[in-house]
Write a protein that binds this ligand. Structure first.
Ligand code: SER
Length: 320
């Protein structure tokens, strides 16, 4: 691996970052995957996550120093404000989500690194997008700060690929659900919290209404999709904005009914807040046939299989 340089994950403490670091370390070896996050860690934590660097992705100079220090050749840029948090701080979200991306894309443009992964989202779609089986190429008029930043980012990724031959790859993730790390600031986070609350309290108050169907994906599928995309032959990657990606779709009522198979007394109540409007602007299901055709994407988890994994693993964690 040393002749090919190392991999840097920016945002390694996040829901996706933590699991991606683990997945990448299995492939490349621990010392070849550098974790980085804005969070200051104490000595013990640094040891646990090492190699680890504190990094604010808006600090281009520090980012460059880390790239030089470890001979980084690939960057996974996961630091971003998600949909609900971005609505609270629009200008900061725009700054972080856009200028963080430029700092990384420019390193590739200047040939300091070879490859970039940047996540997009179903949030790039808006109220005028067809909501069922949303196609890869369709109307995109996002009306959230997060969605606007992700759509703009997609345009820039494609631009850097076309103009500067930057090898940047991207997926439009649905809501991601995993048991190892907590989500933060998203509209789809309820689908993680609901499992925790079912195990701890046998009840959950949902911030979305009962029939709000959204596209979702189990974390193992998301990690697999990301690594498969990044390891595909570049000729196969025809879409350089971002690929539609689907796992499953369900509403709060449907996930609650699945959870009741494990906890028959489980009670769900509904108290929609400002996140309802965000969810209402997004698709219900995604057509990912382009990803399937071009680089062989195929999900493994449906609601039933995911619920089993979530409940078995979370029970162990919570009982510990
Ligand atoms: N899961 C994200 C959110 O809810 C969507 O990309 O913000």
């Amino acid at each position: 691996m040393s002749t090919q340089g190392t991999v840097l994950v920016i945002g390694s403490s996040g829901q996706l970052g933590a699991e991606l670091v683990a997945g990448l370390r299995q492939i490349y070896g621990r010392e070849n995957v550098i974790a980085s996050d804005i969070k200051d860690m104490d000595k013990e934590q640094i040891k646990e996550f090492a190699p680890y660097e504190t990094l604010n992705v808006l600090n281009a100079k520090r980012l460059y120093e880390i790239v030089r220090k470890y001979d980084v050749k690939q960057i996974y840029l996961l630091a971003a404000l998600l949909s609900a948090t971005a609505e609270k701080s629009p200008m900061f979200a725009w700054d972080l989500n856009m200028n963080g991306l430029f700092n990384v894309l420019d390193l590739a443009k200047e040939k300091h690194i070879d490859k970039v992964y940047w996540p997009s989202s179903i949030a790039v779609f808006g109220p005028t997008t067809p909501r069922i089986n949303t196609p890869q190429f369709t109307i995109m008029e996002p009306n959230t700060v997060y969605g606007i930043s992700k759509q703009t980012g997609e345009r820039w990724c494609e631009y850097y690929f076309n103009k500067y031959a930057v090898d940047v790859r991207s997926l439009r993730y649905p809501g991601l659900i995993g048991w190892k790390t907590a989500p933060g600031g998203g509209t789809t986070d309820y689908a993680v919290h609901i499992y925790h609350e079912a195990i701890k309290n046998n009840s959950y108050e949902c911030f979305l209404s009962e029939n709000t169907t959204l596209p979702m994906m189990f974390m193992d599928d998301a990690i697999k999709a990301t690594l498969d995309l990044m390891h595909s032959n570049p000729e196969k990657i025809k879409v350089r904005s971002s690929y539609n990606l689907a796992g499953m779709s369900f509403s709060p009522k449907e996930i609650a009914s699945e959870i009741k198979n494990y906890f028959p007394e489980f009670q769900i109540t509904y108290n929609p807040d400002s996140r309802q409007a965000i969810a209402d602007s997004w698709p219900q299901s995604i057509d990912d046939s382009v990803a399937r055709k071009e680089w062989g994407w195929k999900p493994s988890f449906d609601l039933k299989k995911m619920s089993e994994e979530m409940i078995v693993n979370l029970k162990n964690e919570i009982v510990k």
